[in-house]
Design a protein around this ligand. Sequence first.
Ligand code: ADP
Length: 176
Amino acid sequence: MSKAPDRIRIHVGDITKLDVDVIVNAANSSLLGGGGVDGAIHRAAGRELESECRMLNGCKVGDAKITKGYKLPTRYVIHTVGPVWQGGGRGEAELLASCYRKSLELAAANDCRTVAFPAISTGVYRYPKDEATDIAVGTIGTFIDEKNMPATVIFCCFDEQTAQLYQRAVAALREA
Ligand code: ADP
């Protein structure tokens, strides 16, 4: 089994276009859609996604729930709710790590081999991008190695600057 850094890919673009087993949505706790990547996913998936989300009774911060992908190329969408950045003293780091762990657990439970993540909490929720990137890569790396998970994880970055942060974090993981 190859180690975590070989199972991580970095992609620059729109996560709604990815033909993978599952994409992760940076949702809000209502799960009824919002702006940013959440809005893009709901627009591309169609109204049926909202109907399924309505039956889930929301989602707690740090937790994750799964739905079908409807009109998206992906089979499933995992909706996770990242923390709003409030300065770092409100458990934000642990909650963000929990989003990545819970999402991967759900992906594994649903036999998903290719999983794409956006940079959770780094938009409207204002989590500092460099810290969020280290948490994303560190949590995923540990999870893949500890669980021997046979998955490829794609970090879908919306811009080149974010992709550079991920490249640096994955290089650090390789050297660790
Ligand atoms: P949050 O509320 O968790 O901060 P946002 O959607 O505001 O969520 O932003 C999370 C990240 O997703 C940001 O880095 C933003 O640039 C990125 N993003 C926005 N739209 C897309 C998209 N279509 N595909 C991939 N990433 C996206």
